[in-house]
Each structure stands twice: as C-alpha cells, then as structure tokens.
Design a protein around this ligand. Structure first.
Ligand code: ADP
Ligand code: MG
Length: 239
C-alpha cells in the first residue's frame, strides 16, 4: 500500500463533441496522502465531476498520469483495474443510485456479489454496515420507504462494504437539507477518523469546513489548495 493514495500529474481530459475536442481538465497536478479529508470545490462546470470520475476509474484521462495507490492506472488491463478499484475505492453519488426493487441489505451487499463473496458472508457484512450507519432495522425495506438522508447513508454503507481505503463522493449532500447534510458529514468525519481517506465534492462552504484540506477548481485547473481555515460560528455581538 502506498502512503500517497492518489497522485495525478499533468492530467488532461477532453470530451469528444460534434464541434471537436472540448478540453475540461487542464494539466491538473494533485497528491492526496492516506488519511486526508479533502473537499473539492469550484463553480458548476469547472470539471469537478469529470475529475472525480477519473479518480474513481469510471472514466480515463486524455493525457497525463493517474497513480492510484501507487499503481499507474493506464498500465493496468481491464480486470486488474477493476480489482484495484474494487479493493481501494468506495464511490458515493449525489443521487444515491440505490436499486429501487432491492432491499437495503441487498443494495449494500451488491458489490460483494461482483466480488464473488458467498451469500452468508454478504448478508453478515451488509448488516454490519447498515448497523454502522444506524439503519439495521430497515435491512429488509425498499429504498422508497426511507428518507433521502437515510438513502445516502445506505449508499455510503454500500461504498464501504468492500472495506476501501478511499471514499470518493460527488456532491453527496447536494440533494439534502442542511441538517441532514451535517449528519452525513459527521458520518464521513467518523470514517476519516477510522483512517479512511475521504475526497468529496461540495459547493457549500459550510460542508467544506468538515474537511481538513480544500482544493478549488476553476475552468479545469486547480486554483487553490490549502488547509481548511475554520471560521468561527458568528456569535451575537455583546450588548
Ligand atoms: P462540475 O462537476 O464542476 O459541474 P463537470 O465535470 O460535470 O463539472 O463538467 C465540466 C464541463 O464538461 C462542463 O462544461 C460540461 O458541460 C462538460 N461535460 C461534462 N461531461 C461531458 C460529456 N460527457 N461530454 C461533453 N461534455 C461534457
Ligand atoms: Mg458535478
């Protein structure tokens, strides 16, 4: 295992469009060490999701290098990349992406089906993760029986079921009210305290305050990278 979980060097990404290649990421350099908690910020369209999809091996860079846990992903064949991704990364989406006809337990256990884990062990691990996010009593329920915040907890449980070192989350609180968002961020903080590296996208400064490092994108480039500066909650002025 590498102490640098993520390293990208001169990473570029262009999308092929009818009008020709459309550059979205421009020479991005970034290293994230094991145990960090990083908020990725920046305006809509600045390339955050494109970047996260590449980090999550859901998409490939056009040029540059991406080393995941010390391995250059471009050198891996499809199976080797899937195996590295499976044991290293848990990905959490803004829209939760739970399968509507599957119980919460089966949703959480789904990555283990792909990993070839046998049924009893899948059930045990899924229950353990649902308990971790406080939803064990809903194991047999369908996703539409629980709230959005609870659905996001289930999605986080699913992302954790392969015991990844790294959680990547693209606007995980984007569909949630501020109180529920803070609960989800407390969960990410607890996971980070256990040693899991967390990288998440948010455009809300209050949410980014939970991270210890903030990286800001603008027009496909990193324009700021530094520790979170904690702004104290504004207190009423003394009379
Ligand atoms: P963000 O997550 O910061 O809002 P995105 O990475 O989603 O930004 O998008 C960056 C830019 O790339 C936007 O201009 C968007 O329209 C464009 N884009 C995203 N995905 C595609 C795609 N599959 N094909 C073409 N253009 C895309
Ligand atoms: Mg986005």
């Amino acid at each position: 295992m590498s102490d640098t979980v993520i390293r990208v060097e001169a990473l570029c990404k262009s999308y092929d469009t009818a009008a020709g290649p459309f550059p979205v990421l421009k020479e991005v350099d970034l290293a994230i060490a094991a145990g960090e908690f990083v908020a990725v910020m920046g305006p809509s369209g600045s390339g955050k999701s494109t970047f996260m999809n590449i980090l999550g091996c859901l998409d490939r860079a056009s040029s540059g290098r991406y080393l995941l846990d010390g391995r250059d992903v471009a050198t891996l064949d499809r199976d080797a990349l899937a195996a590295l991704r499976g044991r290293t990364i848990g990905f959490v989406f803004q829209g939760f992406n739970l399968l509507p006809r599957m119980s919460l337990e089966d949703n959480v256990a789904l990555p283990l089906v792909y990993a070839g884990v046998e049924r009893d062990e899948r059930r045990r691990r899924a229950r353990e993760l649902l308990a971790k996010v406080g939803l064990e009593t809903y194991a047999a329920s369908l996703p539409n029986r629980i709230s959005g915040g609870q659905q996001q907890r289930v999605a986080i449980a699913r992302a954790l079921v392969n015991r990844p070192r790294l959680i990547l989350a693209d606007e995980p609180t984007g569909n949630l009210d501020s109180h529920t968002s803070e609960e989800i961020m407390a969960l990410f903080t607890a996971l980070n305290d256990e040693g899991i590296t967390v990288v998440l996208v948010t455009h809300e400064p209050d949410i980014a305050q939970f991270a210890s490092r903030q990286v800001r994108f603008l027009d496909g480039r990193i324009v700021h990278d530094g520790p979170t500066v904690h702004t104290p909650a504004t207190e009423p002025a003394p009379c």
